[in-house]
Every structure is written in C-alpha cells, then in structure tokens.
Design a protein around this ligand. Structure first.
Ligand code: ADP
Ligand code: MG
Length: 347
C-alpha cells in the first residue's frame, strides 16, 4: 500500500456508533454490567442522546442515554486564523496523536493548563484567551491534533461532571421540572491501549427518564391550533421553571427553548421540563471561589436572564410565526438583587 493511501485511511472519520438498532454494553455506578438497545436517536449538538431499552434484572425499561464522547459532537472545532471554526472529526490519526501524548506524559500538563484557565475565571473573572490561531498554524500537525483531542476530552468530561452535579442539586425537581435521574454509566471505546489510563478510553453517560413530548422551540409547529392561551400557559411554565431552577442555586449556561420539553398530561394539561445542564454552574461554586462577593450568584443569575432566554425568545417566535402577541409575566429569579456590577472603565 502506498503511504498516500495509508494516510487517507488514517484520516477517515471514526464512524458514529450510536444508531437505532445497536446494542451496547454499559456499566452502572455500582459496577453492574448490562445491555441497552438503542431504539431512537434524537438530533443532538454536543452529546449524543438516544432512547434505549434497558435489560436489567430480567425486565426491560425505557430511558434516555446521554453520552459524553470526546470523539463526536460540536465541541470538536478548530479555530482558523480567519476566525472561522472548522469541525475537527476524530480520526485514527488524531487518536494516535492523543495516545502518543498520553504515553509521553504530555497530557497532564495540557489538562493542568485548561484547569488553570477555568480557575482564573472562577477566581478573578479573568478570561485567558485561547492560543492564537496564527501561532497554532505553525505547530506540527501531530501536536495540534494531540492538544485538540486532549481539550475535547477535558471539555466533555467537565460537561458530564457539571450535568451530574446539577441533577443531584435539583433532586427535588426530578420527575416534575426535570427528568428523573437513574444512574451514571460508562461505556468502553473499542480497543483501549492496555498501558494507558483507562478513563481516557471510557465514555461516561447518564441514564435519565425519557420524556414523551416535544421541544419547546417547536411549540407552534407541534400545536398549530394553539389555543393561544395554552401557548402562553406553556411558555409561562417554562419561565417559572427557569426561575425555580435559579432559586435552587443553579445557573444555566444553555437556557434555550430547545432544552425544554413540553409533555401532555393525561388530563390534557401541559407540563414543561428542562433538560441539558452541561453548561450549568452551581451557586456553591461561586460562593466557594468568591466568598468576598456574597451576592455574586444572584447578580450573575439576574444578568444571565435564564427565564427570558426561554420566555422572551418563545414569545418573539410565536409573534414572528403567527402574529399573535402572547401575555406572559417575566418573573425575575432575585428581584431584590441587581445584575452584575459594570466593570470599571465601562459606563
Ligand atoms: N430525557 C429526555 N427525554 C426526551 N428527549 C430528550 C431527553 N434528553 C434529551 N432529549 C432530546 O435529545 C436532544 C439532545 O439532548 P441534550 O441533552 O439537549 O444534549 P445536547 O444539546 O448536548 O445535544 C434534546 O434536544 C432532546 O430533543
Ligand atoms: Mg441541548
């Protein structure tokens, strides 16, 4: 085989494995192994989310499996000198670069650097700019691939940990405002190298309650007949839920209608639940890092506008699609608190 062909094989994208009809082995947080059958795939952005049938203790149960797999999803981007971001698919070559880095002890320094960037933000709100794409262009490609792969690993692990922590923090809302949380799971990537840290080759995931409904963003197409009061009632529920989540000490970095699910109850009333907490912060983190700023969480929540990012966006969308102006109440999570102080020099 010529080296040209070998290279092109290495650059083939790793095939996406989470399709309906696939059976996959999982291990739960107690180390119990079981199989799940994928029966439905949702469109996703960062984390593959699929409906599975679980085979456990002789019974079959339905759940949603959400996976945090560094090999797939929209986190995988390379910033070009033009400022554009280009999808960066996982390939044999990028995996080999990552494994070389792991083997030569270069991965840990990359993780430490990424942790430092996060910490500087948590402690001082200092944003450390990402590497200059022009400088990056000059680095050997193999090194870039390795560092990117390490960054994707770090970022996806962080989303996983954040989401699990939010489900724990919002325990009282499980089964009402958010799905019930069943267990964390892990899945093994094929052929993990025996000499390297196993967790680099494990895909963490969560098994949560499947909600039968539609994304709030599709309100008008899913319920074209309304009635308008029901649209307003559903949007109001989404606003109130966002307020409740903030007041429970969770700040959502990804508050948007696609991350709210509308379900119809048996009595024909509607219920809204929030999903997708991969970008959420906890009040306890802010308090931990900035104990001298006791109002920071409330101020940040007021500035972030989680309720409006659902309610305001949906009211505008309904107006745009149907001309109907809905009446909803824009509740604030902490009305007694203002937003974040404006940094000096800006007025
Ligand atoms: N528990 C659930 N019940 C029903 N649908 C879900 C559930 N969790 C996720 N989904 C669907 O999967 C999609 C992707 O999941 P999400 O958690 O938003 O991940 P991401 O935005 O990272 O792709 C959601 O927009 C939704 O349509
Ligand atoms: Mg989402």
């Amino acid at each position: 085989m010529s080296s040209g062909i070998a290279t092109s094989v290495e650059q083939l994208h790793t095939p996406y494995p989470y399709h309906a009809g696939q059976r996959i082995p999982l291990r739960d947080s107690n180390g119990v192994e079981f199989l799940v059958d994928i029966v439905h795939e949702y469109p996703f952005t960062i984390s593959p989310a699929v409906v599975v049938n679980l085979h456990k203790d002789g019974v079959v149960q339905e759940a949603v499996l959400k996976l945090y797999d560094r090999r797939f999803g929209e986190l995988r981007k390379r910033r070009l000198p033009s400022g554009k971001k280009q999808p960066q698919p996982h390939t044999k070559e990028s995996e080999a670069a990552f494994q070389d880095y792991a083997r030569s002890g270069k991965l840990i320094p990359v993780f430490n650097r990424l942790k430092h960037v996060d910490l500087m933000y948590d402690l001082h709100r200092e944003v450390i700019p990402p590497p200059d794409p022009e400088e990056e262009e000059k680095r050997p490609e193999r090194e870039r691939l390795a560092e990117e792969e390490a960054t994707f690993y770090y970022n996806i692990q962080k989303r996983y940990t954040d989401e699990v922590r939010v489900y724990d923090k919002l325990k009282h809302l499980q089964g009402r405002g958010i799905p019930r949380f069943f267990t964390t799971v892990t899945l093994h990537m094929p052929s993990p190298p025996p000499d390297l840290e196993p967790s680099y080759f494990q895909v963490p995931g969560i098994l949560i309650e499947r909600l039968h409904g539609f994304n709030l963003s599709d309100l008008v197409t899913e319920m074209p007949e309304g009635p308008h009061e029901v649209w307003a009632d559903i949007i109001q529920k989404a606003i109130d839920l966002a307020v409740e989540i903030n007041r429970a000490g969770v700040l959502d970095g990804d508050s948007q209608p696609r991350n709210a699910i509308v379900t119809r109850r048996e009595d024909n009333t509607y219920e809204v639940r929030r999903i997708d907490f991969g970008e959420a912060d906890l009040e306890s983190d802010l308090t931990y890092y900035r104990e001298h700023e006791p109002d920071l969480f409330k101020q940040t929540a007021m500035t972030a506008g989680n309720p409006d990012a659902l309610g305001g966006v949906m009211v505008s969308k309904v107006k745009r699609l149907t001309g109907v102006k809905l009446d909803v109440v824009y509740n604030e999570p902490f009305p007694e608190s203002g937003g974040l102080p404006i940094p000096e020099g800006i007025y």
